[in-house]
Design a protein around this ligand. Structure first.
Ligand code: 5GP
Length: 198
């Protein structure tokens, strides 16, 4: 049984949980969203935590499925009420993990996957030292830029901010339990499974 230890008590109780908390981090555009979706498809027992964000929905994104889209005022209220397990500002928008569903699932024995950026991952690691933290790296920064541009969904200033942040995030990869390079998709997915289930 996996024990999750919490440092501060607001969101957790003093008894062992049975689910794992899995944190997937890596620079924007590295493909961690696709890896995570494949992981969930192959392991339907995993629970994906839907984040809140103040970013506008991209074409095809559905409120409550991809994110809970909200304005800054509502997000800040949730922060003030302590409703996030972690939250951070990224490329001009807020992102946060609603606390309650995560704790509930872990208490039920489900393993929960968070797909979040570096600052949030650091907060989670501080609150839950036993979380499994995985960092996904691109084969190179050039390749990452091509992937972000190829996505064609972000304005130029957002791309520049994401690339700058990507370099900062990659510098922190060694903080994580495991580092996996997403060069060949299937190999990367198998490596994630190997660290989680073996
Ligand atoms: P995007 O705007 O491309 O969907 O996400 C931008 C970044 O925010 C990605 O690195 C993604 O992993 C991260 N992110 C998504 N949800 C959360 C969250 O709840 N908390 C934090 N800290 N980062 C998040």
């Amino acid at each position: 049984m996996q024990l999750l230890e919490a440092k501060s008590g607001a969101t957790t109780k003093d008894y062992p949980y049975s689910g794992k908390l899995i944190v997937l981090t890596g620079p924007s555009g590295v493909g961690k969203g696709t890896l995570m979706r494949s992981l969930l498809a192959r392991h339907p027992d995993l629970y994906y935590s839907v984040s809140a964000t103040t970013r506008l929905p991209r074409p095809g994104e559905i409120d409550g499925k991809h994110y809970y889209f909200m304005d800054r005022g509502k997000f800040e209220q949730s922060v003030a009420r302590g409703e996030f397990l972690e939250w951070a500002e990224f490329a001009g928008n807020y992102y946060g993990t609603p606390c309650e569903p995560v704790i509930k699932q872990i208490q039920r024995g489900k393993s929960v996957v968070l797909e979040i950026e570096l600052e949030g991952a650091r907060q989670v690691r501080a609150s839950f030292p036993s979380a499994h933290s995985i960092f996904i790296l691109p084969p190179s920064l050039t390749e990452l830029e091509q992937r972000i541009r190829g996505r064609g969904q972000d304005p130029e200033d957002a791309i520049a901010r994401r690339l700058h942040r990507a370099q900062e995030e990659m510098n922190a990869a060694a903080e994580f339990d495991v580092q996996i390079v997403n060069d060949d998709f299937e190999t990367a997915l198998n490596s994630i499974e190997a660290t989680l289930f073996s």
